[in-house]
Design a protein around this ligand. Structure first.
Ligand code: ZN
Length: 159
């Protein structure tokens, strides 16, 4: 998973689950649902859709925390402030991309001719600093969490 922050997001485990095929209710291990291998003990139906929804929720949360960490790193290292309002004016936290963060940094700097270029260097330096294992070249237009960790292990943290 992208960051340890994701593991702070806890589902009730085992979690009350509702079979879409037969309506049966049962408690299922989060790890099995996230692995998309959970099945209904009554009809054998798959809990895959629940697993995909849960993964999407984790992705959104990771995206949020990744963005916050990158912005905090920029603020700390560059002595500047990137306001929540500027970020939220671009896109919701859960869906921010690297390009969005560059725009947010750019909008938070004094207007100079090389502002965009400097904003890009700041964001890239922050990502390299906070997420040294993020694969390069960076995908500027993917969701942040995908750019940083393209192959997340959804089961990590759910033994
Ligand atoms: Zn069922």
């Amino acid at each position: 998973m992208t960051s340890d922050k994701a593991n702070q997001m806890r589902f009730q485990d085992p979690i009350d689950s509702h079979c879409e095929a037969c309506g049966h209710q049962e408690r299922i291990r989060v790890r099995d649902i996230l692995a998309l291998r959970a099945t209904c003990s009554n009809c054998g139906g798959s809990f895959r859709q629940s697993g995909l929804r849960m993964r999407a929720l984790i992705d959104d949360t990771v995206n949020f925390y990744d963005a916050v960490q990158i912005i905090m790193s920029i603020e700390e290292n560059e002595g500047m402030k990137i306001s929540d309002a500027v970020v939220e004016g671009i896109r919701p936290w859960e869906h921010l991309t690297i390009r969005d963060l560059i725009t947010a940094a750019e909008c938070s700097m004094a207007p100079t001719i090389d502002r965009r270029f400097r904003a890009e260097r700041m964001v890239i330096a922050a990502i390299e600093n906070v997420f040294p294992s993020a694969p390069k070249p960076f995908d500027y237009d993917a969701h942040l969490h995908e750019a940083i960790s393209p192959d997340p292990d959804y089961e990590k943290g759910y033994p």
